[in-house]
Design a protein around this ligand. Structure first.
Ligand SMILES: [Zn+2]
Ligand SMILES: [Zn+2]
Length: 336
């Protein structure tokens, strides 16, 4: 089979022939139909983060495909079923986080395409308990971006406690932001899309944004304050300055949700405004299996629209360059 493999952090990925893996006890073997390219894959391939993966490895954690074989002891999954392989490859299942519905905080978790081989390959094995069934009516190429970009933006809106009638500001209308905007609308909020390109703002308008703000032309803080301030702001742009703008755009009692991971790793937090304004700053990391099932159900019900473009796996290095240079508006999905 073909797999896109990281051989070393300072080299391009190599798409090479390798053996189809066999499912170990508790695993399923999945024939991949689609695999989305997440920014995390690029950080993984370059060893950008403090905890590094160990080359050689195959990145990819937006994998969607058909179960072809069950390892011994697998229950609840069936051959022929379409499943998604998410970032949370497995967790311990017994710690306080796991048993209280917060498995994405498990300290013993394993991450797909990072600490275990991922989905940028024709075949992959995955822990049967952590794959999520893809309902009929959700195509593989739409399910793939929903498996990380979708569930991550959905969870960010969920943890903000957004309520109907509140005002939500979405900073960065890309692969995650265009979905966060739609989820904020589903939660009943008035939505403000903030970006620096007109194309993205037009997309946001088409997806139902109540207001759009071009931060390249207007001060987004002033524009959002003019509307009364945001009750919730979620930041999908990897720029600490944008985080600071999002914080400043909140009204009293507002919640700032951090999702993107800027390289510099720090932002300025004005303590006075945070304390007097009763502002909450919340970190949100992907979502649980239950969150992903909800994301799929919403999509199957026609409530969300997914923007993506397709590539071949052999084009993975070009796709990475295109993502890094901002030439890609939507999620890149490798189709098999
Ligand atoms: Zn991801
Ligand atoms: Zn656990």
């Amino acid at each position: 089979m073909q797999a896109a493999t990281v051989i070393a952090f300072d080299q391009p990925l190599v798409v090479r022939e390798t053996r189809v893996p066999s499912p170990a006890p508790g695993q399923v073997l999945v024939r991949m139909e689609a695999s989305g390219l997440c920014h995390t894959d690029i950080h993984a391939a370059r060893g950008d983060w403090p905890v590094k993966p160990h080359p050689p490895f195959t990145p990819g954690h937006e994998g969607v495909g058909i179960v072809q074989e069950l390892g011994t002891g697998v229950t609840g999954r069936a051959v022929g079923e379409r499943v998604a392989i998410p970032w949370l490859g497995s967790a311990c299942g017994t710690c306080g986080y796991c048993v209280s519905g917060r498995e994405t905080l498990c300290e013993s978790q394993r991450n797909t395409g990072y600490s275990i081989d991922g989905s940028h390959a024709q075949w992959a094995v995955a822990d049967a308990r952590y794959v999520v069934p893809v309902p009929a009516g959700v195509s593989p190429s739409e399910a793939a971006p929903l498996t990380c970009a979708g569930v991550t933006s959905y969870k960010a809106v969920k943890v903000s406690g957004l309520r109907p009638g509140e005002r939500a500001a979405i900073f960065g209308i890309g692969g995650l932001g265009h979905l966060a905007l739609q989820y904020a609308g589903i939660f009943g909020a008035e939505t403000i899309a903030v970006d620096v390109t007109e194309d993205k703002l037009r997309l946001a308008g088409g997806l139902g944004a109540t207001h759009t703000v071009n931060a390249a032309r207007t001060d987004p803080v002033a524009a959002i304050k003019d509307l009364g301030g945001a009750d919730m702001a979620v930041v999908l742009a990897a720029d600490p300055h944008v985080l600071e703008q999002a914080h400043a755009s909140l009204r009293r009692g507002g919640r700032l949700v951090l999702v993107s991971l800027p390289k510099g790793n720090t932002m300025q937090l004005p303590i006075f405004q945070t304390v007097l304004g009763g502002i909450s700053v919340i970190g949100s990391i992907v979502g649980t299996r239950a969150d992903l099932a909800e994301v799929f159900r919403l999509h199957a019900a026609g409530r969300t629209e997914v923007r993506y473009e397709t590539r071949k796996l052999e084009e993975i290095n070009e796709a990475i360059e295109d993502v890094l240079s901002g030439r890609v508006d939507a999620r890149v999905v490798f189709e098999f």
